[in-house]
Design a protein around this ligand. Sequence first.
Ligand code: IPM
Ligand code: MG
Length: 361
Amino acid sequence: MSDKHQIAVLPGDGIGPEVVREGLKILSAVAEKFCISFDLQEGIIGGAAIDKYGKPLPQSSLDLAKNADAVVLGAVGGPKWENLDYRIRPERALLGLRNRLELYANLRPAKVFSTLIDASSLKKEVIENTNIMIVRELVGGIYFGKPKGVEKLEDGNEKGVNTLVYTTPEIKRIAKIAFEVASKRKKKVLSVDKANVLESTELWRKVVTKVHADYQDIELSHMYVDNCAMQLVKDPKQFDVIVTTNMFGDILSDEAAMLTGSIGMLPSASLGGNNGMYEPIHGSAPDIAGRDIANPIATIMSIAMMFKYSFGVDEASEVIESAVEKILQNGYRTKDIMDNSGKLVGTKEMGDLILKEIQEA
Ligand code: IPM
Ligand code: MG
């Protein structure tokens, strides 16, 4: 076996390839700085794969991801493929990768940069110092539960079904991750459910509480998802780690992302299986693709998460984070986070600035 880290690169569609290109620049520079050797192999997924192979996740790309230590993903989807049957839509590539690689824990940090405080639509006093880590269950719940599908009824109508299923082991393993993540942060976990209505999330609450017995130094509380959605905009500072189901996590993480001003800033890590997958939270933004205006910071910060969670080099990840912070402090802004006094730069220039900062650090 080689001692090189094998990294699969899946740029996908829309702005995916251009933000991934900037991410890889940073990856090479940081790897060099910390004497980490790696091999990159690129695969095709999403709409690009539909065009070439007729399916969003060809076996060759899945194998590439399976055999890698870490996967760097851009984004998938676009209007061209929107009318396809949902089973072969670009998004299925993402769901397929998560499921087949057993990436059950999705870490989505939402941290407000002090330099970008005015980019948020909320008041400065409300969001200042917000630093939340959403731990979203990623391979279960209503996204994957059975029965599912649309069937014809005898009376001529149709019936659409999705099922919210969670088993004890599925809840246990995600709860453990949340407590472990919290032990390196402010030692506070909030578990979000809808236990007053949905039985499967009543079980969720029970199991999370049980797992908590092994983590007595962590404070655990519970909240219903509707209240949590409200509290996130009312007083986001109250949160540290939020652990929740697949769909609640999907929704709450978009909400949390906007506290920080732009969804173009937020990275994610999907963990649990043998390897980790790292991707920006944002989508493929086909309307701005190829115009050199997309914000590459979410992808660059995803690379930072890769160094931390897949390669265990926390320092490498800190170097990236401080370079990003420094460039923001110096006033450089992509279009999505532009303000009155900012210096507007494109995707590539933002990548170059961060790269230079890292090389000179
Ligand atoms: C996300 C996205 C995906 C999801 C879609 C594109 C399948 O919204 O990663 O949050 O719903 O999980
Ligand atoms: Mg989402």
